[in-house]
Design a protein around this ligand. Sequence first.
Ligand SMILES: *Cc1c(COP(=O)(O)O)cnc(C)c1O
Length: 403
Amino acid sequence: MNARAPKSRFTGNFTQQKPIPDAGIKAALAVMQSGRLHRYNVTKGELGETALLEREFASAMGAKYCLAVASGGAALSISLRAIGVKPGQTVLTNAFTLAPVPGAIANVGAVPAFVDVTDNLVIDLDHLDQMIAQTDARTLLLSHMRGHICQMERLMDLCNRAKIQVIEDCAHTMGARWNETLSGRFGQVGCYSTQTYKHMNSGEGGLIISDDATAMARATMLSGSYMLYERHGAGPEAASFKDICLETPNCSARMDNLRAALLRPQLTELAENCTAWTERYRVVEAGLSGTSGLKLIERPNAEAFVGSSIQFLLPEFSPTQITTLIDAVAARGVELKWFGAASPQGFTSRYSSWTYAPKQSLPQTDRVLDGLMDMRLPLTFSLADCALIAAIIRDEVQGVATI
Ligand SMILES: *Cc1c(COP(=O)(O)O)cnc(C)c1O
């Protein structure tokens, strides 16, 4: 007779976000009832939802300027162009990031060059130093991928000395801080996504912040402002547009009032949500800690991260062991993603699969990605759910370790 207890199973949904706050639904209904969804469809002197979102986001981030756009990827490519990146130029970026990041570089006709990731999932600053010396790059598109923030003082020092402009991709660090400074406030420009799986959800959407008036005037024109740039909530003075308004193309990537209406109440809840994410992260982390063969990512004290997802490494596992583990936890309701798969799957791909970029061989990054597991932690999971998920992973990692 088998005396073993039946295996526990998790029944939650890893892609289930929280509903839009009632205030957002109400505001969205009002926009629909008004029929005035386009951001510039406002009466004289009126600030629409999009302009108000810009004003509120700039203030929340402590930035002079904010521009709302159609997506996080659009925020990145508009920012690259706005700070003067030209076709054919090399732009440095993280080897460990998501496809829209090198995609944004390609979108402006520039050429991505990848910088290694460390075992702690941040950009390798020694390799960055080498890449600055070896390439003619003038720009770093720094991706705080999955919310991991590198030593920002050292990075900025390195880039400032080499006159490298920094754009921060804060898709996973909206609300996070390094040594008390908000992510997005170190570089010349900070970019955010409000796509469903990020920290605020409008389906699609993006935000750009900066203190640089000329770059933000260009970004505004690029986003498709026509000559209506004075109808913005946190844009530069009209004088900043004088020299650039005719020479900057309209690339039509605006946000609309409907999405902005959904976002404004979420901004009010951002800090609270960030805390709730990180509580969930800490429960999973504690549940996995001490699992033989499983390496958790060290989180420095300086990093006030947002735990909207968690990563860990299985450095000694073979590809067969990893796929066996993914199947075993999936059978118990837990969705793990793997950055080491030979071909891209779902949202997950690796630098070598972006074949439009010049080929690079990065053995250190390969070694990290080969053992890198990734899991979402939506706010619809309770702390008990997180404990159960960790117990399932721990159990199956131990089982697979012995095969
Ligand atoms: C989602 C994401 C983006 C792009 O955001 P979209 O709004 O989906 O275009 C950029 N960088 C990272 C790291 C992301 O996860």
